[in-house]
Design a protein around this ligand. Structure first.
Ligand code: ADP
Length: 391
């Protein structure tokens, strides 16, 4: 019976799992077998199972479920249909590791209590990340469980990159920049030597998905990133505002908006959706002739280029630019506009390579090379979990 690792990514309205099989004959060789997801938790729930190749095995509408019940649906499916696999471990995506966790960690009662202490720092995500951990502790008490953090990769940033200009007492309370999308950046950093043939000294990675951020990697380590205390900071995103004058928030509070309304506005009604008035989906905006849709794209590109300038300053120059995640991997028009605006850095795009979605999309003599590398956060979690099992 093959040993399997379940990767769990529990968000605010969905639980996504990926089941990997570890081939013990080839060290750290992990093969994806199934993808499971329950979406629409709290509203209209759907359960879906796909093979590694993407063919759908099941799509089923469910009664309204909470997170614990939704996770139980996935575990029941595994118990019933994945009978040739032995579940040996679970690796969880946990958004916040605070200052404490600079690497993945094996979960025990003490660690779980520490992770609960970070709930106020990420109230929309951390509680949901912890629900499947607790469920597995009850249902499979002997299962080896690992937490992998979105923040951990950015702990290598210098102290000055982590603090805000706030009174020290607030900084000491933990109100500082943590950075997110760390598992994606770590995966890309791991891929760079293989894909590029060497590890360039100064790299910017643009993770442009529904959530979007960028990171500056020096010798493969994060030294600066656009997200901060929460995943709201930095670039405008699908529905999140990105960097905004804090005075706007004071104004809205003074106008009578309460915490819940402000929270909903900043996380769900801003970004591409807010500016375009039609959608958070880049595909829809690219197809639209509406001036507001075009302005949403203009703003997205403009802010990315401003941040590229800032990250180049942190790195003291630039050797390579890497695009990843939904928009970064798929939207050649957006990549072309970003590279055009960054041509002052010596970026020369190869238009054909870009349109054909090749891996290297810069011309051979471009001073800064440009790449498209698909990210794989689930694989990163599976690798960390496998490594800790074998430690
Ligand atoms: P998440 O942050 O939810 O993981 P993804 O990385 O899946 O997001 O990225 C979602 C974004 O990628 C959406 O804005 C979507 O429109 C965009 N996207 C996906 N495919 C394409 C495409 N072919 N062209 C343009 N945008 C795309």
């Amino acid at each position: 019976m093959d040993n399997a690792i379940l990767v769990v990514n529990a968000g605010s309205s969905s639980i996504k799992c990926a089941l990997f099989v570890a081939d013990e004959t080839r060290e750290s060789q992990l093969k994806l077998v199934y993808h499971h997801d329950v979406t629409g938790i709290g509203t209209h729930c759907y359960f879906q199972v796909k093979t590694a190749e993407g063919s759908r095995l099941l799509k089923q509408e469910l009664a309204q479920l909470d997170h614990q019940q939704a996770f139980a649906v996935i575990l029941e499916w595994l118990d019933k249909y994945a009978t040739d696999l032995k579940l040996t471990a679970a690796g969880h995506r946990v958004v916040h590791g605070g200052n404490q966790f600079t690497a993945p960690v094996v979960i025990d009662e003490v660690v779980l209590r520490q992770l609960e202490q970070f709930i106020p720092l990420a109230p929309l995500h951390q509680p949901h990340n912890l629900t499947p951990i607790k469920a597995l502790q009850q249902l499979k008490p002997h299962l080896f469980q690992v937490a992998c953090f979105d923040t951990a990769f950015h702990t290598t940033r210098p102290p000055v990159a982590k603090i805000y200009a706030l009174p020290r007492a607030l900084t000491e309370k933990g109100i500082k920049s943590y950075g997110f999308h760390g598992l994606s950046y770590e995966y890309i950093a791991q891929q760079l030597p293989q894909v590029l043939g060497q590890l360039p000294q100064r790299v910017i990675v643009a993770h442009l998905g529904n959530g979007a951020s960028m990171a500056a990697l020096l010798e493969g380590h994060s030294i600066a990133t656009t997200m901060g205390f929460t995943a709201l900071e930095g670039l405008p995103m699908g529905t999140r505002c990105g960097a905004i004058d804090p005075g706007v928030l004071l104004y809205l509070l003074n106008e009578g908006m309460d915490y819940q309304q402000l929270n909903h506005l900043l996380y769900h009604q801003c970004g591409l959706r807010g500016v375009s008035g039609i959608s958070n989906d880049m595909r829809e905006l690219l197809l639209s002739d509406l001036p507001d849709a075009q302005e949403a794209i203009d703003l997205f590109v403009y802010r990315i280029n401003r941040e590229i300038g800032s990250l180049v300053a942190a790195l003291g120059g630039l050797d390579a630019l890497v695009f990843t995640a939904g928009i970064g991997e798929q939207a050649h028009l957006i990549r072309a506009r970003i590279c055009q605006a960054a041509s002052w850095l010596g970026i020369q795009l190869d238009d054909t390579a870009n349109e054909q979605q090749r891996t290297q999309i810069s011309q051979p003599d471009s001073r800064v090379s440009v790449w498209v590398i698909p990210t794989d956060e689930e694989k990163m979690i599976a690798q960390h979990t496998y490594a800790l099992i074998h430690q």
